[in-house]
Design a protein around this ligand. Structure first.
Ligand SMILES: Nc1ncnc2c1ncn2[C@@H]1O[C@H](CO)[C@@H](O)[C@H]1OP(=O)(O)O
Ligand SMILES: [Mg+2]
Length: 281
């Protein structure tokens, strides 16, 4: 069949825009906060409600039986990626930002077939920016093509990383030690928007050279991964090997030179995979 997934791609953009409008509206009223894995891993009723809105729209259109659904708040199916068409969704990426009114919050919708990411949509809803990419067709922000930066010198780069939600002193020490080494190369700067999906879009549009993190989940980065690749960038594992969506770790960069220079400095710490398989070295 010609261009089998185009309709799904266009529908995903529509659904992301609607979901983002819901998030914006919810941000204007009182936000009820609960915690998940730790006291700093936040979830709100908006996360759960928006995920339901997205899932019911997609299931209504494509049928529950034919497609699989992986979502941050309600993973109905396990996180093991199969060959079946699979939606990978984070309804509110940057929940902590949302709770605090820090203006970077994204809806992330990705679609994989035969274990390969087919398209990704990231709607940065507070800025009203729609990032999207389909495999082989380029990356766009608000329908304008976007490209990664052409900087090859690490000393002329801006790098993004985040701190995650695990505050065990050993992990925090490794995260800060990595950041210190990168900062002292020296790079032009270190940044972090508080949403992995948006961070990847910042790589894709050339605002920063790289974003890396250990601890992120597949739903945080699946859509962003397509967008970065289609903008001309690359995604690698933090050990320099191939990127594995379920590994909970990755380096996305404008090119291999910047990626490998950062990888040299990353102090890897253990992070259980999303699919329960043994972690890579
Ligand atoms: N345990 C974890 N460690 C690191 N990042 C995490 C994480 N859990 C979620 N993240 C995501 O990483 C970014 C910030 O660290 C956010 O995109 C956040 O997603 P969330 O807002 O959907 O929870
Ligand atoms: Mg997230």
């Amino acid at each position: 069949m010609e261009d089998k997934w185009q309709e799904a791609y266009e529908f995903a953009v529509e659904v992301a825009r609607k979901a983002g409008a819901e998030i914006r509206k919810a941000g204007d009223s009182e936000i009820k906060v609960n915690t998940k894995s730790s006291s700093v891993d936040l979830v709100t009723q908006t996360d759960q409600r928006v995920e339901k809105i997205i899932f019911s729209a997609l299931k209504g259109k494509f049928g529950e039986g034919c497609h699989r659904f992986i979502g941050e708040e309600s993973t109905v199916d396990s996180c093991v990626l199969t060959d079946k068409p699979t939606w990978i969704i984070d309804p509110v990426d940057g929940t902590t930002n949302f709770v605090h009114g820090f203006p970077f919050v994204a809806v992330s919708i990705a679609f994989a077939v035969n274990k390969e990411l087919e398209f990704g949509v990231v709607y940065s809803c507070m800025e009203d920016k729609m990032y999207k990419a389909r495999r082989g067709q380029g990356a766009f922000c608000d329908d304008e093509p976007i490209y990664v930066s052409d900087v090859k010198e690490i000393k002329k780069s801006i790098i993004i990383s985040e701190h995650g939600t695990d505050r065990s002193p050993e992990k925090v020490k490794k995260i800060f030690s990595t950041m210190q080494k990168i900062l002292c190369i020296p790079v032009h700067g270190l940044r972090g928007s508080g949403t992995a999906a948006t961070n990847m879009c910042l790589v894709a549009c050339g605002a920063v050279e790289a974003f890396f993190e250990i601890g992120i989940h597949c739903w945080d980065i699946a859509a962003g991964a397509v967008i970065v690749r289609e903008a001309g960038g690359i995604i690698l594992d933090v050990n320099g090997g191939p990127f594995d969506l379920m590994s909970r770790r990755m380096v996305s960069a404008n090119n291999e030179i910047i990626a490998n220079r950062i990888i040299k400095e990353i102090e890897i710490f253990p992070s259980p995979r999303d699919d329960g398989k043994p972690q890579l070295e």
